[in-house]
Ligand binder design. Sequence first.
Ligand SMILES: *Cc1c(COP(=O)(O)O)cnc(C)c1O
Length: 369
Amino acid sequence: MGLHTAYGLSRIINARGPYTPLGVSRSGDGVAAAVAGALSEFFVMDELQGAADRALARFSGAEAGTVVHCTASAITLAVAAAMTGESPERIAALPDTTGMPGTVVLPAGHAVNYGHPLVQAVRLAGAVPVTVGTDAGFTREDLERGLARPGVACLLLVSSRLVRGTGTDLAEAVAVAHRRGVPVVVDGAAQDFRIGELLGTGADLVAVSGQKYLGSPTAGLVVGRTGLVAAVRAQERGIGRGMKASKEAVIGVLAALEARQERDMAGWRQRQADKVADFVERTGALRGVTASSVPDPTGLPFERARLLLDPAAAGMGAVALEEALRAGSPSIWALPGRHGTEELLFELVPLAPEEIDAVIVRLAELLPG
Ligand SMILES: *Cc1c(COP(=O)(O)O)cnc(C)c1O
């Protein structure tokens, strides 16, 4: 009996991408076997973390890396690291930041909400977030003004589909902060494919989620400068106690990094492109639908399928179609398009051929020709 039957749980087809409320991602067989093996073993956790730290540095090209519970905790711990360094007294004092630099500057459009407000992850360390610019964007001058305040611990930037507005590019923002001696933390949660590029901006710490495209159990991977990474790890004896990585998560990260390194990326990209092209061809024949493939807005190495609805011909708009797909069984979760448009997006990366077939059958039922 499967888990869904055993516990009376809804069956899902997740075409939304690595979406946390749906269990994020699917781990491959190698990761699943490694995690299962870890659960019944003891390890010297420092040794295990050490192995993961070295693997992360090799994988990313950064000086150092470490694993914490998730990216939300990585943000809190990176901010803590920027305030305390490796000082045991400061680490023990948090979230009381008396006598430490306690301001975290971030562009207003980067103050995203990934299930809770990112600024709350900052405040959890005891820091005070200060936004610069507006939701429409920020300029270099906005950044300069924000960073000129006294007691700035770090600049926090986000690389995500959730970011709003336009702004100085990340590398330029990093350079502005560095000229003032301020370290930069980048939240790149779903950007594990682009981890090298994010480090290439000059950022001091980059955090990505292990459980998004990498397919490990829930884990926050922090890579960057040796001293700051050590200061992140050191928070384990402070506010990071409740944010530590489990043995099975660390083993799962090791297995997931190996699987990624062994992956034939060109072949993988081709398979993703073929899946999307086939989906576009088959859904383009539905009434009132114009189907196309669109690049990932953050530059990830795969496309998504985009259905643009003509509500008069289709008999419903994108919002109604999204709800109808979700209301069925299995429940199909597509990604709502830009606000005020009639578009619906489908990310097919983790889906098996029979799941894609099921999506198309359901679409054909809802949009009869
Ligand atoms: C998913 C996400 C997070 C949180 O990641 P977790 O690993 O689930 O804590 C943070 N920031 C952004 C931009 C995200 O997309």
